[in-house]
Ligand binder design. Structure first.
Ligand code: FAD
Length: 441
């Protein structure tokens, strides 16, 4: 059996490894147009901020290792240009030599990820503008900072990457202006949680403007939609991610309403010999069953496993996604799972929200921190729709417990009966998750 994979990072490299683990004989080849593979994209903001001192630790593998240890052939700087579904081959271009060739497949896995959205703004060519999507993007930003010694930066977009970059660039001693188009940052969070993050940014002297975006650029000067003008040395655009679906579209694979490649329970596209995984794939929401695209590392890795199991004939159906996610902003951590207030309102799902304001661990223990836990649930069936948590400590475990409860179909009332670990440095005899369960009415 011959399996070809497009994309050698999050989903692609993982799928190849999983397949080799289960099938020692298959021919497995991976193509990526980039010059590096299997790197930890999630670590790149921290390499820019020098929290991670040696950026090469983000590189998990290279083609030689893949060949030697796993007998997987990886072709970097090779772009897949087209798919011939009838003949079951792909057209590949060697970007170094310009040579093109065809490669046949029995199964094809698409894990092409996404591309950072960079809006066309007048005067863009007069400024130093970056976005952060890949390892090489990270190197470009690092090299720029080292060679130009900039004093100030504008970050456009207050989502995950924008916030991580704001923190890391600020930690380098560079003045940071963050502009965000809508009313509050981090649209996947509820407004009250986002507002707390905004306070943390201000506390750390990140200059924030919401309801603002860059309309024109002239060298170091940026005109904003609110009439303001910023003068900074460079710009980072972090306004979103467009899934790379042109290859799939050209091959007439179905693209869904989220802009991702439609997949079934086993990550097959509408062509059963072609799978799509990772940021470019469309899946469904665990709570509503609606189409959902979650461009995060957990889904990419999970889907890689589901594809490998399907190809070896031991199928496991995928489950819906909750979009469980977490972000660090200086001393604060915010995490969420499931539906947020806006989504519940938009879908007109009757729900109530409870808020538990407590401590991360015993209040008498020196390093405890305040913790806010919010749960949205159905007042009748008691189904948990989603949760959000904010604090300085222990935020991840509360959301992880609730995400687990949601997968298990537990109700909000069941949360009081969970026996969770406790000693003063970690929690309280009644954990915040238990407290939320007691408080639900
Ligand atoms: P990618 O890992 O992006 O890989 C896609 C690859 O396909 C690319 O290398 C691309 O060159 C290649 N490709 C595309 N088209 C072609 C073609 N036609 N021919 C050949 N090659 C092609 N997720 C989290 O869960 N937590 C985090 O903290 C987190 N932090 C992040 C921070 C940053 C700065 C970034 C950029 C991402 C972060 N993510 C995080 C997201 C996570 O990295 C992605 O969800 C994950 O990498 C998706 O895997 P993928 O295989 O779909 O795409």
């Amino acid at each position: 059996e011959k399996i070809l994979i497009v994309g050698a990072v999050g989903g692609g490299a993982t799928a190849a490894g999983q397949l080799r683990f289960y099938n020692k004989d298959a021919v497995i080849k991976i193509f990526d147009r980039d010059s590096v593979m299997s790197y930890a994209a999630c670590g790149t903001p921290y390499a820019i901020g020098e929290v991670i001192e040696d950026e090469e630790t983000l590189l998990m593998a290279d083609p030689e290792q893949f060949k030697e240890k796993r007998n997987i052939e990886v072709y970097l700087r090779h772009e897949v240009m087209g798919i011939d579904r009838e003949k079951k081959n792909i057209q590949v271009k060697n970007l170094m030599s310009g040579e093109e060739f065809l490669e046949s497949y029995d199964k094809l896995i698409l894990s092409p990820g996404g591309t950072a959205v960079v809006p066309a703004i007048k005067g863009s060519d007069t400024a130093d503008i970056f976005s952060l999507r890949s390892y090489n993007d990270m190197l470009a930003i690092k090299q720029y900072i080292e060679s130009h010694n900039p004093q100030s930066c504008t970050i456009s977009g207050g989502g995950f990457i924008g916030l991580e970059m704001a923190e890391n660039i600020k930690e380098l001693g560079i003045d940071v202006h963050l502009v965000h188009k809508s009313d509050y940052i981090m649209s996947i969070l509820d407004e009250d949680i986002s507002r707390e993050i905004e306070k943390e940014l201000l506390l750390n002297e990140v200059h924030l403007q919401t309801n603002a975006y860059i309309t024109e650029i002239d060298g170091r000067s940026q005109t904003l939609s609110n009439g303001g003008v910023l003068e900074t040395d460079f710009i980072i655009m972090s306004v979103g991610l467009a899934p790379n679906v042109s290859l799939a579209k050209d091959a007439e694979l179905e693209i869904g309403e989220t802009g991702g490649i439609v997949t079934n329970d086993y990550m097959q596209t509408n062509d059963p010999d072609i799978y799509a995984i990772g940021d470019a794939s469309e899946n469904f929401d665990l709570v509503t069953g609606e189409p959902k695209r979650v461009p995060l590392a957990w889904p990419a890795h999970r889907q890689a496993y589901i594809v490998a199991k399907h190809i070896i004939g031991e199928p496991i159906a995928k489950k819906g996604l909750l979009g469980t996610s977490i972000v660090k902003i200086f001393n604060l951590t915010a995490a969420m799972t499931g539906l947020n207030e806006n989504k519940l309102r938009e879908l007109e799902i009757p729900s109530v929200s409870l808020i538990h304001n407590g401590n991360s661990n015993a209040g008498y223990y020196p390093d405890h921190g305040k913790l806010k836990l919010k749960i949205h649930y159905d007042p009748n069936t008691r189904e948990i729709f989603g949760a959000q948590c904010l604090g300085t400590k222990g935020v991840d475990k509360r959301i992880d417990v609730i995400a687990t409860a949601m997968y298990a179909g537990l109700t909000v009332d069941d949360l009081q009966a969970l026996e969770l670990c406790y000693a003063p440095p970690y929690s309280s005899p009644k954990d915040p998750v238990n407290m939320a369960g007691y408080k639900a009415d």
